[in-house]
Design a protein around this ligand. Sequence first.
Ligand code: OAD
Length: 251
Amino acid sequence: MSLLSPDVIHRIRSAKNILFLTGAGISSESGIPTFRGEGGYWKTFKAEELATPEAFAKHPEVVWEWYDWRRGICREAKPNDGHLTIAKWQTSSPTVNLITQNVDGLHPRAGSRNLLEIHGNIFRARCTNCQAKYHLEEDGLDKPGLKYCTACESLLRPDIVWFGESYDNRLLTKAWEQSKIAHVVFVIGTSANVSVPANLALTAIRNGAIGIEINPETTTLTASIQLHFGGKAGEILPEIYKEVFPESISQ
Ligand code: OAD
């Protein structure tokens, strides 16, 4: 049975701008825990003790230990069919934008280049003093424990947006632009508990985009969404792609 009606297929095919907005759920099939779902990080760990500037000021070694451990999980994980389908879609069209809340680096590893990582990236660090940026593996800083700036010797911190912190203005401006011009917005694997990403999806919908959600659960966004698929991103997204691009099946 088809997932999409001929009208929706037509609207997706003729859309000048498509926006994918992803959250932790898209990486769960790659073995990376979500935050709020079953087995999610925030079921076991307290966000305020690990993902706030106050926590880092109080015990940076504990915060680094947690991010070093999570970075190991991300390094071992591989992009799944959800990430790969988005990357394939992006190579076929320059106007397919991707905004992710994920810090796991799986979208770029799947081949997505046109990507805004609005919550940062777990493989990056920045200096708490001079703001110099580092790629932990490429810059040889991948050992567990506290890490220091090679320029000014100050403490490095994970390049992640923590609770209570502002988003990077440059990325956020681009994200709002992409959401306002979208004709279709796919909202995938997010509980929509964080207000900025949820509002990016809502802005697209209020500006006329069709909203398509892929999530085994319903969310606070579901009521505003035209189509909700209650299943796994790695299964539903490739099916949607085949229905939109039937010519891809024989390739
Ligand atoms: P959550 O853990 O809040 O939500 C994950 C969502 O993914 C849930 O709604 C699940 O039902 C859904 N899900 C699980 N498996 C799925 C699958 N195979 N396919 C599709 N959906 C699936 O994660 P986020 O919404 O991404 O911030 O959380 C937002 C932010 O809160 C995170 O970026 C993180 C966290 O605090 C930072 O660390 C900065």
